[in-house]
Design a protein around this ligand. Structure first.
Ligand code: PMP
Length: 404
């Protein structure tokens, strides 16, 4: 495994008190904390090579361009994409999904269907809804059961030659469910549909192999995987990226421009209009190196231990109900205690230095399904500890006494 003390020492933010108590950061599904190597890499970029990329003959511009493209190659290797130009830099998952949804107007006609699941983040619902409104398509939903697992037979029943694209998350942010994406991808392909995987929650926890998955698109956010905010990637299969029209027009994404006609640049630049988040792209590579130095298998195994321990301890609290009890789960525990509003619990545990998220977690349909206003969500990362979970349990019990 790994040395948890050494890992925690990598994250300077953890070494502080909040409201007079040691910080317990359990809001990792919203965004992860950053190790010192990532913080240093940001500073190094601005302190040593800050320059605009791809268009300068001068040395700094070349250094920045090289660092940016080396990072793309690192990410290519990390997700096992066939080509580095299948890795597009984005501002994050939301950007990646919108890029695909926008371009898919070319492939979805009136009466065609786009399928999403009942447990999607709003960013994997709204862009498809907007697409359907634009072209007269229909949004079809894969239902889930009371454990927060997709009902695969219902998914298969809903597939037809009308299905043009299926968009599902690898891991649900509000329930922690790990979805059987390989099966979903194969079934979608069997009817000729394209498939996009929202990997926002998977990137910090699981090994991703886009060739083995055989997905057409895979979107993720850097900030959830120890990288900088505003960084991310969209993987797209070469044949799809060649077919898909560009998302934004501007500098960098062109071959030639005249007032009569513009021709577009080759991949990946066709989808990277304007000056990108250069620092974010470069430092995302540093974050990936850091995660790999810990080892994603080690991370997954340790976080599973935290999930099992946290589930057991939290369930000892009278009246506490966990929302999302799938067999295959990552280290996210969403819960409610009796009829206490999640926000009230969140505010009280914050006074004890514990950061949890409360509310609908950008998954309102999930809350509607469970007929609840929201949940308290504790999401663990590999730098969390069982002692911190004990502190959460004590704090929730205190909140219960105060509010009950
Ligand atoms: N999908 C899922 C499953 C998420 O958890 C999130 C972030 N909460 C997103 C998409 C959107 O990611 P971002 O805000 O980084 O674009």
């Amino acid at each position: 495994m790994f040395d948890i003390k050494a890992v925690r020492a990598d994250f300077p933010i953890l070494n502080q008190t909040v409201n007079g108590k040691p910080l317990v950061y359990f809001d990792n599904a919203a965004t992860s904390q950053k190790p010192q190597v990532v913080i240093d890499a940001i500073s190094k970029y601005y302190g040593e090579i800050n320059s605009n990329i791809h268009r300068g003959v001068h040395t700094l511009s070349q250094l920045a361009t090289d660092a940016y493209e080396i990072s793309r190659q690192k990410i290519q290797k990390h997700i096992n994409a066939k080509h580095s130009y299948e890795v597009l830099f984005t501002a994050g998952t939301t950007h990646g999904i919108n890029l695909v949804a926008n371009g898919f107007a070319a492939f979805v006609k009136a009466g065609d269907e786009v399928m999403v699941s009942a447990m999607e983040h709003h960013s994997n619902i709204v862009p498809w809804q907007m697409l359907c409104e634009r072209v007269g398509g229909k949004l079809v939903v894969i239902p889930m059961n009371e454990n927060g697992e997709l009902i695969i037979e219902e998914f298969e029943k809903r597939l037809s030659d009308k299905t043009k694209l299926v968009a599902v998350n690898h891991i649900s942010n509000s329930l922690g469910t790990i979805n059987p994406v390989k099966h979903i991808i194969d079934k979608a392909h069997a009817v000729g549909a394209a498939i996009l995987i929202d990997g926002a929650q998977a990137a910090p926890h699981l090994k991703i192999d886009v060739q083995e998955l055989n997905c057409d698109f895979y979107a993720l956010s850097g900030h959830k995987a120890c990288g900088p905010t505003g960084s991310g990637i969209l993987y797209g299969k070469e044949e799809w990226l060649n077919k898909l029209p560009p998302y934004q027009g501007g500098g960098e994404m062109i071959k030639e421009v005249s007032f009569e006609k513009t021709t577009y640049a080759d991949l990946p630049h066709k989808f990277e209009a304007g000056t990108p988040n250069i620092e974010g792209g470069i430092v995302l590579g540093t974050a990936i190196d850091y995660l790999n130095s810990i080892g994603l298998d080690n991370i997954a195994a340790y976080e599973h231990e935290l999930l099992v321990y946290g589930t057991e301890k939290l369930l000892e609290i009278e009246g506490l109900k966990i929302i999302g009890t799938a067999n295959e789960k990552t280290s996210v525990i969403s819960f409610n205690v009796g009829n206490i509003h999640p926000y009230d619990i969140g505010a009280i545990v914050d006074k004890m230095g514990i950061a949890v998220r409360t509310g609908h977690h950008c998954t309102q349909p999930v809350m509607d399904f469970f007929k609840i206003p929201g949940t308290v969500r504790a999401s663990f990362a590999f730098y969390n500890t069982k002692e911190e979970i004990d502190a959460l349990v004590t704090a929730v019990k205190k909140a219960q006494t105060m509010l009950g």
